[in-house]
Unconditional design. Structure first.
Length: 254
């Protein structure tokens, strides 16, 4: 039993284990499953399954009239040629079926590209996920900030670290920030230039939003800082484009 013969049988459509067992029977003659298992190194339960499959493929026949033990014998190798011919026909039919369905599959795939991918996160993990993705994407960002309320000190720490990392990667930020007297700020405005931030501050009464919005790449991240810390990340070229247009409109009028 040679490796070349095994490869030849696998090329005809057999699995490697099926090839091993069939070649073992050709080399050693009729044998019970126990002996076949020992010769091939294939576990006995699996050997039985493979033998049953080889019987279905008409490559092996079962001999049950020899004592109390069932023996298995190889059938003529011409069956391999018939198997290869059947596989060739099946492959041609599969190829024809694929050509018929290809247009529909492509249409479905293209439709999927326009379908937004939406993910929900709770707690700090959501913010970390978005911040890590911003660094990975590496594009400049637009942000409409929301005031950080008491009890969110851990969020302030994350924001400070993120702003520094973005500056290190030369990621520029344009921010629209409502003026909130007495509210907590992650970083003083005086440090904006160092962190590559260009900011416009607008009166609170004009833009008092309870969530923060970040637009980057083809994604929009919306985080609720006011109540439960929940982040929604939407991945959609057209939704991101819409938010960019809205941001530019607000930016020009701020």
């Amino acid at each position: 039993m040679t490796e070349l013969n095994e490869k030849s049988l696998v090329a005809c459509g057999l699995s490697l284990e099926q090839a091993k067992i069939y070649l073992s029977l050709l080399e050693n003659g009729m044998a019970p499953a126990k002996r076949i298992s020992l010769k091939t190194g294939i576990g006995r339960p699996f050997t039985y399954k493979i033998l049953e499959r080889l019987i279905e493929l008409e490559l092996v026949e079962k001999r049950e009239n020899i004592g109390k033990v069932t023996f298995f014998a190889p059938r003529h190798p011409k069956q391999l040629k018939e198997l290869a011919d059947r596989r060739k026909v099946e492959l041609e039919q599969s190829s024809l079926g694929l050509r018929t369905a290809f247009g529909l599959l492509v249409s479905q795939f293209n439709a999927l590209q326009d379908k937004p991918n939406i993910r929900f996160y709770e707690g700090e993990e959501g913010i970390k996920e978005v911040y890590g993705d911003i660094l990975k994407t590496g594009t400049d960002i637009m942000i409409i900030t929301s005031p950080i309320h008491e009890g969110r000190q851990e969020v302030l720490h994350l924001i400070k670290e993120q702003v520094k990392k973005q500056a290190e990667q030369n990621i520029k930020t344009r921010a629209i920030t409502p003026h909130h007297e007495g509210k907590i700020a992650a970083l003083p405005v005086e440090e904006d230039e160092k962190h590559l931030i260009t900011r416009k501050i607008v009166p609170t009464e004009k833009l008092n939003i309870p969530v923060q919005i970040i637009v980057y790449g083809d994604k929009v991240a919306i985080t609720n800082f006011k109540e439960s810390l929940i982040t929604v990340l939407v991945e959609s070229k057209y939704i991101a484009e819409t938010f960019r247009i809205m941001f530019e409109y607000m930016w020009e009028r701020s």
